[in-house]
Design a protein around this ligand. Structure first.
Ligand code: GAP
Length: 454
């Protein structure tokens, strides 16, 4: 059995999407109107998960370093930004239309379609296709600013966060204490009118990116490129991602974007096969040079007896795609005491809820009071839940399915010995610990390196 086949026995996109919907992580967008293709709304646990992914990224890139600063630029930028960046001219996919079924396909996908079927059949139609010539279709969403609808008011929703960083190079270098090598990091929404979106959160038309542009002296570009590939790979591994489901793939010369002299993808073994999780590109001085030319503004580093246009290394990740990879990676089905159990084995730092406090029974006021007091103490420093409904086994299963790493149960003995039962989501081990030690113990565990038990 191949690695992919054995893997598909566990998580599939359908199973993960179904759990996400059932447990309030992610809903199809505009659901009551029949949905809007490839748009999703995040529910409570999905919001918390994605927030934790973004927080882990910011922690690793900004908080735990001294050479990267944050930025939050506008989504709608001056339209010339996208002319200078090359997006107006070149951010497109080649498309063909079918005159019979009126559907639109990516010409490059047709050419590589392994099954050899006609595109109309791929889309569930029966007629043979009558295809037009391929035409370039720009992926940027357009809109208008102001009251007049004319060419001058045409603007774009950003298709990447990166350009907002380049155009702020001068602002950042003149206001903050930075000096190459240094980075500017940004998290935010991007928009692409993708023609073949799909596979749940993998490819959407509205998504969040986590991008960082690292400005370096030109001679150091190669070294930093290699450094960031390794650094970003380790970020996923440190968050518990299976090492054998993560690989680095260097782009062939023919795949490189117009701006790049080298790109490597971090690929994850999604249930749909190895696919891009994040790209790390050596963008050279392309962007700063382009914006300097188009804006007539000098964009260079001037320091002690030196002056140069920095080269840029860019690790570009997707927050939704990373969340999907962590969901798929964490998804696990097993039998416990002859009963099926589905569990999301997230790294504790990514888990939407860190701890659930459960009185053994909900109709004993002494237990309820003790449990609520502990819950209120815990929730000031970590995301916690209190649950007194249903049988204890059912409550554990619910927490397993949302990936809560620890459950604390208060029982009748607690009232006399001051101890509670701490249950581990993955090993199912249960230990008795003093009630006063719970908070410190969990805070320590959240800070310790974590290795999955799977
Ligand atoms: N600034 C470079 C850039 O945007 P990209 O490879 O087009 O590079 C970076 O995008 C990352 O953004 C991808 O690796 C992926 O994680 C995420 N991404 C891109 N398009 C996406 C989409 N349609 N839906 C979800 N995530 C997407």
């Amino acid at each position: 059995m191949s690695e992919l086949e054995s893997y598909q026995g566990e998580a599939t996109i359908e199973k993960v999407a179904s759990l996400c919907r059932r447990r309030g992580f992610v809903f199809p967008s505009s659901d009551i109107y029949g949905g809007l293709g490839s748009s999703y709304d995040y529910g409570h646990y999905g919001v918390l998960l994605k927030q934790n992914v973004k927080a882990a990224w910011q922690r690793a890139l900004v908080q735990e370093r001294e050479d990267i600063v944050m930025l939050d630029s506008a989504i709608i930028l001056h339209p010339q930004v996208w002319v200078a960046s090359g997006h107006v001219a070149g951010f497109s996919d080649p498309l063909v239309d079918c005159r019979t079924c009126k559907l639109r396909f990516r010409a490059d996908h047709l050419a590589t379609c392994a099954c050899g079927r006609k595109p109309s059949k791929l889309a569930g139609q029966t007629d043979d296709c009558d295809l037009t010539e391929a035409r370039e279709f720009n992926l940027m969403f357009e809109t208008q600013v102001g009251a007049v609808r004319d060419e001058a008011s045409r603007v774009f929703l950003r298709p990447e966060t990166a350009q907002g960083i380049f155009i702020n190079f001068k602002n950042v270098t003149s206001s903050l204490r930075v000096k190459p090598p240094f980075g500017i990091a940004q998290i935010g929404k991007s928009f692409r009118n993708e023609i073949t979106p799909g596979n749940f959160l993998f490819r959407m038309r509205e998504f969040e990116q986590m991008e960082m542009e690292f400005f370096v002296p030109p001679a150091e570009a190669d070294e930093w490129y290699r450094y960031w590939i390794e650094e970003r790979r380790n970020w996923y591994l440190n968050l518990g991602m299976r090492g054998n489901h993560l690989r680095v793939r260097a782009h062939e010369a023919t795949e490189l974007s117009h701006y790049s002299s080298g790109t490597s993808d971090l690929e994850y073994l999604f249930p749909i096969g190895w696919s891009e999780l994040e790209g790390i590109a050596n963008r050279g001085n392309f962007d700063l040079t382009q914006h300097a030319e188009h804006s007539k503004t000098k964009l260079e580093w001037v320091g002690h007896e030196e002056r140069f246009v920095p080269h840029v290394i860019e690790p570009a990740a997707g927050a939704d795609r990373a969340a999907l990879a962590f969901l798929v990676d964490a998804y696990h089905e097993e039998e416990v005491a002859e009963r099926p159990r589905t569990v999301l084995q997230f790294h504790p730092r990514l888990a939407p809820v860190k701890v659930a406090v459960l009185p053994l029974v909900g109709n004993d006021s002494a237990l309820v009071e003790k449990a609520r007091a502990l819950y209120e103490k815990l929730r000031t420093t970590m995301s916690a839940e209190y649950d007194e409904s249903a049988a204890i086994g059912k409550r554990y299963r619910r927490q397993d399915e949302i990936g809560t790493p620890w459950c604390v149960t208060i029982d009748h003995d607690t009232l006399t010995d001051g101890q509670v039962t701490l249950r581990d989501r993955d090993t199912l081990e249960q230990v008795r610990v003093p009630i006063e030690s719970v908070r410190g113990l969990l805070l320590d565990r959240l800070d310790e390196p974590w290795t999955p038990s799977r």
